[in-house]
Design a protein around this ligand. Structure first.
Ligand SMILES: [Zn+2]
Length: 341
């Protein structure tokens, strides 16, 4: 065990006992944790897998194909098991809760839960949110998604439509970013380029012109410099998978690969990009449901070697990060509560 010091954003330093031969001395390490809903690793089949048709870079991993550019070869790829030992199709509420807490959420419920977290998962997030954990350890950490005023109003009247990531941010005691934060350059909209925002909210066209995904990648890296950990969530991938829509899939894959390139090209030596998902879906358009496929964990940058260890399940991502930073691990299995949800 070595005592190491990590420079923090607010100018104060703190000593940490780290578990590995790992040096963060004098660095400003920023981790970008990019969550892409519903992408798994499927067979290389152009008839069913849009990644076989359209991916030319990092997301070629989702068709297990060897077509890959130079950038993809610089990524660490670990296929993760989204079922985490529980029967049934992996689902969003349990998968995302595992990604945001390091807890085995389907084990906690005894099944996979679709959609939005219920009381049991919300309680787990409230206690073990990764953003709350980083904040409590003195680090700056946030969810970068900007929410529209209309959506925030809807959440107020129907709080059960709040996603796991929304709860993860709330548990950290920080407000959700709004379109005012997007305007001020502090946040990103979920569609990356504002194109889908204009479809949902035509009145935003002038306020938020279309931005190309590559530029947004650089913007994300710039924003991340103010934090040790930022989370950004993208879910149009899962929507395209459920609608079995190859055109939507093409739009999603091209946006994502351009965005990821923009991120990688803007990253400095102390930055790390982590990409993962909650379950398969988009890689098999022959079915409108999720899949049993493994999901990719992709890592690029500073912490790549440190994250290369024994990673099998979704909950291993936060757990490994906590080990790297020397944080206490949450229990993998929480005591079950009488009510499921
Ligand atoms: Zn879904």
């Amino acid at each position: 065990m070595e005592k190491l010091s990590i420079h923090k954003r607010r100018g104060n330093e703190k000593n940490f006992t780290l578990v590995g031969p790992f040096y963060l001395n004098g660095t400003d390490v920023s981790v970008i944790y990019f969550f892409i809903d519903g992408i798994g690793i499927g067979p290389d089949d152009q008839a069913t897998n849009p990644f076989s048709r359209y991916a030319t870079s990092v997301l070629s991993v989702c068709s297990a194909s060897s077509r890959a550019d130079a950038l993809s070869r610089d990524f660490l790829l670990l296929p993760l098991d989204a079922a985490m030992g529980i029967d049934g199709l992996p689902q969003s509420a349990t998968g995302q809760t595992s990604l945001w807490t390091g807890v085995n959420a389907p084990q906690l419920l005894g099944h996979h839960l679709t959609g939005f977290p219920g009381p049991t998962l919300r309680a787990a997030i409230e206690e073990h949110s990764i953003l709350k954990k980083f904040k409590n350890e003195g680090f700056a950490a946030t969810l970068l998604n900007a929410y529209s005023e209309k959506f925030l109003k809807k959440l107020e009247s129907m709080p059960r439509f709040a996603s796991a990531s929304t709860h993860t941010q709330k548990a950290s005691g920080q407000p959700l970013f709004t379109l005012a934060d997007l305007e001020a350059g502090r946040a990103l909209y979920m569609d990356i380029t504002h194109q889908i925002m204009h479809q949902y909210y035509p009145e935003t066209k002038e306020r938020f012109p279309i931005v190309d995904a590559h530029t947004r990648g650089a913007d994300l890296v710039r924003i991340a410099q103010d934090y040790e950990l930022v989370i950004f969530e993208y879910f149009l991938s899962d929507k395209a998978g459920h609608s079995q829509d190859f055109d939507a899939a093409q739009f999603v894959i091209e946006s994502l690969e351009t965005f990821i390139k923009g991120i990688c090209e803007a990253m400095g030596p102390d930055d790390t990009l982590i990409i993962s998902s909650d379950h398969g879906n988009l890689e098999d358009l022959s079915t409108k449901t999720h899949t049993h496929h493994r999901v990719p964990l992709l890592v690029y940058g500073r912490l790549m070697k440190d994250l290369a260890g024994d990673m099998q399940y979704l909950y291993d991502i936060p757990r490994r990060l906590y080990e790297i930073y020397g944080f206490a691990l949450p229990p993998l299995i929480l005591p079950q509560r009488p009510r499921a949800g």
